[in-house]
Design a protein. Sequence first.
Length: 172
Amino acid sequence: MDSGKGERVLKGGLKGRMLTKKFELCYSKHRMKVNKKYLIWGIVIVAGIGLFWAMATVVVPRVMVAMVKAELVGKVSLANSYVVGEKITAIANGKDAGKISVFILDRNGNGVSGKAVMMQGEGSLGSKSGVSNKDGKVTAEFVSEAAGQYPVLALVDGSAMEKSVTLTFSKD
């Protein structure tokens, strides 16, 4: 259709075009609302993933390390514990003593107090027992009237330590 001014009027005229524009505007606003809703959900999901990542990589490992450290406090490490012969030679007269110290340590090399330690000597030396002090140290003295070399084995809470010390008693 021609309006006479060289313009072509579509079916429905100007009124039809205005309705179409209103519909497009309404649709556009609705689409914006829908897009905002998805945008908000996207932000929530990304924030949730970020929080999960932070918990998994930072918080949980730190808590686990703290739990493991707490569990290891006071736990004896026989591999770190050691036996020292403070005086490994003595006269075999029943009075002069050989002296041995045992150091009970945890995984971190700290002394463990309150642990029962038994030192068993071969032959006539017998055995001595004690409880570790705040530094993890237990000391025992052994005497003998018979000359010879006597290995002394240390046991911590019933478990034998890897190394022993040999005391030597001589007649001179």
